[in-house]
Ligand binder design. Structure first.
Ligand SMILES: [Zn+2]
Length: 380
């Protein structure tokens, strides 16, 4: 396979152009317009969806589609988010020893314009060099930093791909994150019985004390294992300081990429509450709220294998693993698109010291190119 050289200068200037445009979460319209222009310049008809209207933003997600020239190739979905965390408007890029920084007054915006710039450069290389490739869908989303609004409000029917790559993780290219927790909130309401606290407390059932007993009976909290957490985060109850409380609400946050493990953890926690409450005449009601779906693809999954093989061929240090963070990848997985996170080199994100090494940015683009070549290899 001949080696296609990405255009490093062009990639750097694309990145700088992208971060120079204001794009706080919820107001990405200038960035979206710029990206639509860039796709058009590549001969790709951009589409901006109505996710912004649905979530109160100024624009929607920007989509592009490149029809494959290799039938039967794995259909790829490259995704990165447009918005950056504050302070983000007015970014001026400073380069020092091959590393890009802001001037210290804003974030750099490498989170996540590094992903967008890498994808644009790779797609341009593919088209310029007329490389064999399968279908490629690109999607640049809004509102990731405020709860993945772009993905949560997108029409999943628009996705036409077999595997997804969310270009939105720190670490050097070659690092693949194939597991990220599913998160749920479990609201446990312990019910007791009111009574006058001074005159006849024995006629009451103290819901707060029953909840306390249940909490005390939990075998562990905080980090339960490398990938699983349980945290008791809110508690409330009681009516007045002279009434035995008849209800106490406890909200427990639980996270684990393995849905079956999470389900067991939830059931065990509920059982502990029920046992504690029922032993003293109380009851428990349970409400479960899904916070975010998980990412949980095994290393044999095509999404992981394509990325790992491509990275190995590029001599990148290949790793797979777990990230505790929640991103667009979680919600894409929840919509049925198996998606992993790829490292782009973004570093010290969400701070004004954010940095991005140009080597990493270049390698991120090479990686996208490599994955695309790999998906078409053997099918051409
Ligand atoms: Zn991000």
């Amino acid at each position: 396979m001949e080696t296609i050289i990405i255009n490093e200068e062009r990639l750097k200037s694309t990145f700088i152009e992208l971060v120079s445009v204001p794009c706080p979460s919820g107001d990405e319209k200038e960035e979206a317009a710029l990206l639509a222009e860039k796709l058009k310049a590549l001969g790709i008809e951009p589409q901006i969806d109505d996710a912004g209207e649905k979530c109160g933003g100024t624009t929607g997600n920007v989509w592009g589609f490149v029809k494959g020239n290799v039938p039967g190739a794995v259909r790829l979905f490259y995704e990165a988010h447009m918005d950056s965390v504050a302070p983000t408007t007015g970014t001026k890029v400073v380069e020092k020893d091959g590393v890009l920084y802001s001037d210290g007054t804003t974030t750099l915006g490498g989170d996540d314009k590094s992903g967008i710039a890498a994808v644009l450069e790779a797609v341009q290389c593919i088209l310029e060099n007329d490389l064999p490739h399968g279908d490629i869908q690109v999607c640049f989303t809004i509102g990731e930093e405020t709860g993945s609004n772009g993905v949560r409000f997108m029409d999943k029917e628009m996705i036409q791909a077999d595997v997804g790559y969310c270009m939105d993780c720190g670490g050097h290219p070659g690092a693949i994150f194939n597991a990220s927790p599913k998160a749920i909130n479990v609201k446990l309401t312990v019910h007791g019985k009111t009574a006058h606290a001074g005159l006849e407390p024995e006629k009451g059932i103290n819901a707060i004390m029953l909840a306390a007993e249940a909490l005390h009976a939990l075998p562990a909290y905080g980090r339960l294992d490398e990938q699983t957490t349980l945290s008791v985060d809110m508690i409330g109850g009681g009516l007045a300081s002279n009434i035995v409380p008849d209800a106490c609400e406890v909200i427990v946050d639980m996270r684990c990429p393995d849905e079956a493990r999470l389900e067991r953890l939830k059931n065990e926690t509920v059982a502990i509450f029920c046992n504690a409450a029922e032993a003293k005449g109380g009851t428990v009601t349970v409400e479960v709220k899904d916070v975010a779906p998980g990412v949980n693809l095994n290393t044999e999954h095509a999404a992981v294998k394509l990325a790992a093989t491509a990275a190995a061929k590029l001599n990148f240090p290949v790793s797979t693993g777990f990230t505790g963070g929640c991103s667009d990848a979680n919600f894409l997985c929840g919509m049925g698109l198996p998606t992993v996170l790829l490292a782009t080199g973004m570093d010290k994100i969400h701070t004004t010291e954010e940095r991005l090494a140009l080597d990493d940015l270049n390698n991120a683009a090479r990686w996208v190119l490599g994955i695309t070549e790999e998906a078409a290899a053997g099918k051409a």
